[in-house]
Write a new protein. Structure first.
Length: 186
């Protein structure tokens, strides 16, 4: 007696992940491991299991290989959950990268002189004089006074020269319109 086939369906159960050398990529890769079952539904007969197999799939090249029943017991201890795999990847990346010390952001020349980037040269001179009087080593500015005065002098030298100031502003992303009118000129 012949029964007509109504349908066939593959069922996939995720079993976990493992790290293994990929035969195609030739590199250590992450594999998804799952169990597949094919079931057929026949007319007047309940669903019947036809085939069951364990499969591993490379997550990079998507190559798939079957796992023999005899090898399944060797593969089971290598399986990881998605959380375990994520932790393994993070730890591996962390171990591969040297830990760099955090970079300390240097203040801009405008911050050194405590002026606005749109400040006129006269304002820059006044701010420089005020801070120089406060931080000058001869006035008891403390152990870091010499370094502070070097910063102030360098900031003033760059910001007072129109060409150097324009180049510095461009490096910071500040664009000045050459023919822009100031509010007091209106």
């Amino acid at each position: 007696m012949i029964f007509p086939i109504i349908g066939a369906k593959d069922y996939i159960d995720q079993r976990g992940f493992m790290i293994h050398a990929c035969p195609t990529c030739k590199r250590e890769r992450t594999f998804a491991v799952y169990s597949t079952r094919r079931k057929l539904t026949l007319y007047l007969i309940p669903t019947v299991g036809v085939r069951s197999q364990y499969v591993m799939e490379c997550m990079s090249c998507h190559g798939r290989w079957g796992i023999a029943e005899s090898q399944w017991e060797d593969v089971k201890p290598l399986l990881m959950s998605q959380e375990q795999l994520s932790r393994w990847i993070v730890e591996r990346e962390r171990a591969a990268q040297p830990i760099a010390p955090p970079r300390r952001m240097q203040p801009t020349l405008y911050q050194v002189l405590q002026v606005d980037p749109s400040a006129d040269p006269e304002i820059i001179d006044v701010a420089y004089r005020r801070l120089a009087m406060k931080h000058h080593p001869d006035r008891g500015g403390g152990p870091e006074a010499q370094e502070r005065m070097r910063q102030l002098n360098a900031a003033r030298d760059v910001l007072r020269d129109p060409a150097r100031r324009a180049a510095y502003d461009r490096s910071m992303g500040i664009v000045r319109l050459p023919d822009a009118m100031r509010p007091e000129e209106v």
